[in-house]
Design a protein around this ligand. Structure first.
Ligand SMILES: [Zn+2]
Length: 135
């Protein structure tokens, strides 16, 4: 048992581990494998795709090339930024009871305004563009 623990310890030294991209790959694999039974009737190519995703996840997890893995994750985070900021804004609007969050239609800057003031004119703090919203 001790020998195995030592081996495992040595095996795990310098391994990359988890990041956001790996979580994303696992979630996609799970969703695809659950829905494949419903819509693709267990299609072989869909199963292969799921195994491919899980293989990539494992390879990345046990990789010693941290530089490349971090670069891949950075690319992933960059590509998904618009989607993540979209959901972040929805979450903020749901959880923050005293403010509302809007996106400037001209430059995309996030603007926070106090809630419950009726229709207001908002001036974007970064580009000075004016737009009207209900607070
Ligand atoms: Zn703006």
């Amino acid at each position: 048992m001790n020998k195995f623990r030592n081996w495992l310890y040595r095996f795990m030294i310098g391994r990359y581990g988890h990041d956001k991209l790996n979580y994303f790959l696992i979630i996609v694999a799970m969703i695809v494998s659950i829905t494949s039974g419903l819509f693709f009737r267990g299609n072989m190519y869909v199963s292969l795709f799921v195994y491919l995703l899980l293989t990539i996840t494992l390879v990345r997890m046990f990789s010693r090339n941290h530089y490349r893995r971090r670069k891949e994750n950075g690319k992933f985070m960059e590509l998904t930024r618009p989607i993540r900021s979209f959901f972040k804004q929805i979450k903020r609007n749901v959880t923050d009871r005293s403010h509302k969050y809007y996106t400037c239609p001209q430059c995309g800057q996030k603007v926070r305004v106090p809630r419950g003031r009726g229709k207001i004119e908002i001036t974007c703090p970064s580009c000075r563009h004016r737009f009207t919203r209900r607070s």
